[in-house]
Design a protein around this ligand. Sequence first.
Ligand SMILES: *Cc1c(COP(=O)(O)O)cnc(C)c1O
Length: 334
Amino acid sequence: MTVPERIALARTPTPLVHLPRTSAHLDVEFWIKRDDMTGLELSGNKVRKLEFLLADAGAEGADHVITCGGEQSNHCRATAMAATTLGMGSTVLLRTLDPSSPPATTGNILLDRLAGAEIVWISHDQYRNRHALMAEHAARLSGQGRTPYVIPEGGSNAVGAWGYVTCAGELRREIAAMPPMPTTVIHACGSGGTSAGLALGSVMTDFAAIQTRVACINVCDDRDYFVDIIDRICGEFRDRYGEGGGADAGAIEIIDGYVGRGYARSQPAELEVLHDLARREAIVLDPVYSGKAFYGLTRELARDPERFGKRVVFVHTGGLFGLFPVADELAPLL
Ligand SMILES: *Cc1c(COP(=O)(O)O)cnc(C)c1O
């Protein structure tokens, strides 16, 4: 494969760690891919995508990036931090219940502000028109003599997909070096870019040859929604790069049924498994993505211990900063 230009921002390869106590607890060989350790301010899965997106922005002469997400978006925080790292400006459109009374400056919002991002608060209704809205802000910035570059929600498009195509290459090498056994790589899906990248990468690097398959647990929307998104990103990827033939949403299993109370809303059982893992391993998941996916993983294994094969590799996609704004919800469990 011909990997396009990228800007080194992420600390990779990330550690792949065996967890004996959790393996015993879940009755499966349990490994965790520490993509929460891709950086500190830049931690999580988004920086892998941003390496390619910001290289593309640079190639287009951009000096300012615009993106969008939920109020505690890890993607927006990573984008703001990465832009500042490269001496670029950033504008983030953050979705909140009532834009006239924005949420407290904590967690990712605090980091957005520290990085110097321009924050634009938008309603859930406005968010539905996010593409038009980001284009308006791009026009405004162009009028001010800037050269803006728009990054879609989650950095999830063909360019960003390279972040997890290359992560699939990393996993391919790491898993091939272990004793052969049926393995599932499992992760949280929120805007589909990580899943699309792993779907493409698993085909491009022949995961089948190492008895490995990819599964994701969606934390919002539903299976059909993500089949559409992953198919679309894979299609755009093929059109743009001429790579990834034969890869589409069919390359991964989408496990629906763990959205729970909705996007960014937790239920006690999810927070309990997050708390358990923290106490057992000193590994802290986030409530919105990795915590929900890990909860789903434990439920699936409780139902069928053979569900994922003998070995599970859980991709910890980060999100720690999103935990602090929900401290009050966690407190009763502690
Ligand atoms: C964005 C995000 C995800 C989901 O990744 P997508 O590529 O948007 O599907 C998972 N975990 C964390 C912590 C995230 O911030």
